[in-house]
Write a protein that binds this ligand. Sequence first.
Ligand code: NOS
Ligand code: ZN
Length: 431
Amino acid sequence: MADIIIKNVYVLTMDSYELTQGVVVIENGTITEVAESTEQDADQIIDAKGSVVMPGFVNTHTHAAMTLFRGYADDIPLDEWLKNYIWPAEEHLTDEDAYIGTKLACLEMIKSGTTSFADMYIHMNDVAQAVKDSGMRAALSYGLIDLGENRSADVELSKGKQFVLDWKGEAEGRIITMYGPHAPYTCSEGFLSKVKKEANHDRVGIHIHVLETESELNQMKQQYGMCSINLLDRLGFLGPDVLAAHCVWLSDDDIEILRGRGVHVSHNPVSNMKLASGVAPVPRMLDRGVNVSLGTDGCASNNNNLDMFEEMKTAALLHKVESLDPTVLPARQVLEMATTSGARALGIKSGVLREGYNADVIIVDMNKPHLTPVYDIHSHLVYSASGSDVSTTIVDGRILMQDYEVVCMDEQDVLDRARTAASGLVERAKF
Ligand SMILES: O=c1[nH]cnc2c1ncn2[C@@H]1O[C@H](CO)[C@@H](O)[C@H]1O
Ligand SMILES: [Zn+2]
């Protein structure tokens, strides 16, 4: 007897085939059958007529607890935003704030069809606890910074390491840990080398911001006489264990290095547009065979939410207008970036509906005015749908939201606690 059967749905496998009418069978956290019909029975049958079943989205770059800063400091360049607003405010963030901010992020992600995400932040024990309690899957890292006042490289590294070891494989394997050196402009080269060594030793990945802004490019050239990619490569830092967020200011040579080293890129178009960071050369990266996934970045630098539908649509539109070519980044390719490529970047067996893969699955309700009629499912998902069209979200075979009802947490309680936490934070930080 299986656990769940989803039937009467369009099955968007993100594999080499699709089924206009089919079933997905789930047992023990895993997809056990994807077919036109099944002989099996299950504890729970979900008849989702008129819907699409597909892999849940993988958001490969965010700072989940920054939901508490949603809309707090908008319309400012990155340097100023971080130095004058965000970093001073983060000084006042408590463990409890990080917990409830992450819980709010998980709630928002579950409701908009994201089943896993990569996070880099502070107060990571509380972030991890919120992930564990919410039922989501995540690749978590403590954001390491050794440059600047009151920073000690040794203390930072040991905090990062402790987190990596304490939470690796926790929550029945839903939590993966990584090292999170913040960026080449906030970490010294010696520190970056040490982090790489520890990551190799602990057999975990590395999550880092790379060449997000032109000001980073200029600073690196001034300081090292080369860009961040060249510096990281010289340090032996780059490899398939590295998840590089943003990668906006890349030369063709940099793209070749990323491809050669097998680095995974997280493209964050909305954040890059809002902070006016620039346009990442995504079509060129994809042409060369770099694995490019999608991320929202934190809620404060994004538009200001965690909706991967918005991220997909923005990615598709941005690169069309940038290249003056409407054939660039077609809908199906964007869907791949948001699902399979993201799963590959995190090294998780999700992002595709295939036997033996994690049951990280969402159901999108197509019985809506703005999704009628349907000629091409891919087009609708990228250009017409939004997070609020997701009716059901399943992670690791467990239903977190069914028929628009969140069952893994008390939604109203999370909203109330998040409001209270945010007003306390404002009070303490006096911003
Ligand atoms: O877009 C961004 N670029 C660089 N840093 C960021 C961005 N968004 C958030 N953070 C900062 O990264 C640290 C992670 O631990 C946090 O301080 C967070 O505010
Ligand atoms: Zn970021």
